[in-house]
Design a protein around this ligand. Structure first.
Ligand code: E4P
Length: 216
């Protein structure tokens, strides 16, 4: 399972990318809205893309197919390898079909059930983003939705890549990998939490202390 960073914060993204295990980044309007309001979005997105060098999902904000396609063309004029992130609404699926027929990668977002993911895949989505945390927030077990999706993908041999999104805890990350998601897109804070172990820190401290007693 690949790991993407789910952020629009350049510092976080640069640090995550510098560690060498990040394959992409996903942004959304809410993540972008958390950044300095004076920031030029195009410049920020380009810097984010440069920092990661891999997959970069950029979300459209129109709710009609024509508007989404116009925005997609604008984003692609910034960098042609962009993945266009599109909400799971009827107008969005029509946009996904159009972009997919033109060979442009799409990431269908705001998916909460395996049926939605299956429909997005049939519209030609390159990636389907199934949200975990937001399902758990309303008392619905997100793992069941993810396991159903992975089971369908295995049974049907579908090409779209399953992204586990809306990850809130290290346990989510573990569950996504066990369920068979192709990718998990993870907030910076959860990445750092997932890396941390007290025995790793204590072990290093002891090694360094002992290393000071010997000559290499
Ligand atoms: C990523 O593609 C999603 O937009 C993101 O993971 C949503 O996360 P949230 O539910 O924490 O906002």
């Amino acid at each position: 399972m690949q790991i993407y960073v789910d952020s629009a914060n350049l510092k976080e993204i640069q640090h995550a990318a510098s560690m060498g295990f990040i394959s992409g980044v996903t942004t959304n309007p809410s993540l972008l809205a958390k950044e300095d309001p004076s920031t030029n979005i195009k410049d920020l997105i380009l810097k984010i893309h440069e920092s990661v060098g891999g997959h970069t999902s950029v979300e459209v904000i129109s709710t009609d197919t024509e508007g989404m396609l116009r925005e997609a063309d604008e984003i692609l004029s910034w960098f042609p390898e962009a993945t266009i992130k599109i909400p799971f609404i009827p107008a969005g699926l029509a946009a996904v079909r159009n972009l997919s027929d033109r060979g442009i990668p799409t990431n269908v977002t705001l998916l909460f059930t395996a049926n939605q993911a299956l429909i997005a895949a049939n519209a030609g989505a390159t990636y389907v983003s199934l949200f975990m945390g937001r399902l758990d927030d309303i008392g619905t077990d997100s793992l069941i939705a993810l396991q159903d999706t992975c089971e369908i993908w295995d049974a049907q041999g579908l090409d779209s890549q399953i992204i586990a999104a809306s990850i809130r805890t290290p346990i989510h990350l573990l569950e996504c990998a066990k369920a068979g998601a192709h990718i998990a897109t993870v907030p910076y804070k959860v990445l750092m939490q997932s890396m941390k172990h007290p025995l790793t820190d204590a072990g290093l401290e002891a090694f360094l202390k002992d290393a000071a007693k010997i000559s290499m």
